[in-house]
Every structure is written in structure tokens, then in C-alpha cells.
Design a protein around this ligand. Structure first.
Ligand SMILES: Nc1ncnc2c1ncn2[C@@H]1O[C@H](COP(=O)(O)OP(=O)(O)OP(=O)(O)O)[C@@H](O)[C@H]1O
Ligand SMILES: [Mg+2]
Length: 208
């Protein structure tokens, strides 16, 4: 599903990320662990094709994002990659439902309000459909971001520090949701974190 080889990324002459070899399959959710500044967000952004690495290869479903033209890469990302970014980037002034509608539109997919309703229901947040993200609690907003990531039934879900701002109960809930949602759409899952509370939930780990 995901294959990384000889990856290195330099910023301003300094190497901030190095991964010799790493593979992730849909059946084995994976955790990227490391202290602040160790390159976790950089790695997820490289996997998502948002950053072009200095050297090395990243393949998703056998395809190298760096070899694609920008428009094709954006479409591929929108349809195959579900991102839960470290800063959630929900649009605060439109409803939760409209945030999800936008995620389909931006991926070039037809509107599908049934799918949106089903995702909100599976996350236990149907009642928040008409709320604005600005008015949600941190845990609620995190669940909306998970919903947006799985909405388009991606091949891989990338979640960057999805639990660091959450208390133990919500931490547990969000990780369970990510694992369940990824499994139910057959997607691979990569979670980056420095949150030791969740390490035990993942057999496959990469330490940066
Ligand atoms: N655009 C940038 N310009 C300069 N340095 C950067 C940039 N992006 C990342 N870095 C540096 O690269 C290193 C890795 O950053 P990254 O955000 O990937 O770490 P992280 O493991 O996600 O940290 P955190 O746990 O705090 O989120 C850091 O030293 C950071 O300062
Ligand atoms: Mg980070």
C-alpha cells in the first residue's frame, strides 16, 4: 500500500527526516513515534505529496506522487488520501455538513449527502451537522476532522497528532474511531504522535 525507500528531507541544509525503508499495508495500522521536531509532520506531508522530499521514493498503491502533474496529484490526494492535519483546518464559518460537502467537491467527486450522514452517524456526531466548527469542543472538532478524512473512502488515512489535545477518554475514542473507520473502508492508517498513551494500540511502529 505505502512503500518508502531511501527517503531524506533537508531544510536549509539540515536533514530533518530520514527513513531508509518502511512499508505499511492496509491490514496493519501503523504509528510514527518521535519527540517534537523529529520530523513526524514532515513525513506525513511527504506521504501526502504536500512536500517533495530531497531524495528518495514514496509510493502509494504503486504510484509515486512526485511523478504526477500537480492537478493529477491534487485529485489523487483528494480521492485516495484522508488527512487529519495537526492543525485541523476546518472552515469555521460554514457548517460541519458543508465542510464535508466541500471535501467531496475539492476531490472532484459528486455530491453525496447520504454518505455524509452515514459518516456523521458512525462518528456519533449527527447532531452536530449544522453546527459551525468554531463552536465545537476540541474533541468534537477532532471527530469532524476524522469524518472529513474518511468521507471519500480513501486508500490511506494519515493522522497527525490526533490525540495530543485530548483527555484520556477522548483520546481512547478518537483512536478507536480512526482504527474502526480505516478498517471499514479498507484503508491503511498511519498515525503520527508523541502521545505514549496510544503506543499500545499499534503493533507496527516507526521511531524517528
Ligand atoms: N518549513 C520549515 N522551515 C524550516 N524548518 C522547518 C520547516 N518545517 C519543518 N521544519 C523543521 O523540521 C523539523 C521537523 O519538523 P516537524 O514539524 O516535522 O516535526 P514534528 O515531529 O512533527 O514535531 P511536533 O511533534 O512538534 O509536531 C523541525 O526541526 C522543524 O523546525
Ligand atoms: Mg508535528
Amino acid at each position: 500500500m505505502l512503500a518508502i525507500e531511501g527517503l531524506r528531507h533537508d531544510i536549509g541544509g539540515r536533514t530533518v527526516l530520514r527513513v531508509e525503508r518502511w512499508e505499511v499495508s492496509a491490514s496493519e495500522p501503523a504509528l510514527v513515534l518521535g519527540p517534537s521536531g523529529s520530523g513526524k509532520s514532515t513525513l506525513l506531508n511527504v506521504i501526502a505529496g504536500l512536500i517533495e522530499p530531497t531524495t528518495g521514493e514514496v509510493r502509494l498503491q504503486g504510484r509515486a506522487l512526485t511523478a504526477m502533474r500537480p492537478a493529477e496529484r491534487d485529485r489523487f490526494r483528494g480521492q485516495r488520501i484522508g488527512l487529519v492535519p495537526q492543525r485541523l483546518h476546518l472552515i469555521e464559518v460554514i457548517s460541519v455538513r458543508d465542510n464535508l460537502r466541500l471535501a467531496r467537491r475539492l476531490a472532484g467527486l459528486p455530491a453525496d449527502d447520504h454518505r455524509i450522514d452515514a459518516v456523521l452517524a458512525s462518528l456519533g456526531i449527527s447532531s452536530l451537522a449544522d453546527a459551525r466548527p468554531a463552536n465545537l469542543s476540541v474533541g468534537e472538532a477532532q471527530r469532524v476532522a476524522v469524518g472529513r478524512a474518511v468521507l471519500n473512502q480513501p486508500a490511506i488515512v494519515l493522522a497527525d497528532e490526533p490525540t495530543s489535545a485530548l483527555d484520556d477518554l477522548n483520546c481512547e475514542r478518537v483512536i478507536t474511531l480512526l482504527l474502526d473507520q480505516a478498517r471499514s473502508c479498507g484503508a491503511a492508517l498511519v498515525v503520527a504522535t508523541h502521545d505514549q498513551r496510544i503506543a499500545g494500540r499499534f503493533d507496527r511502529q516507526l521511531r524517528l
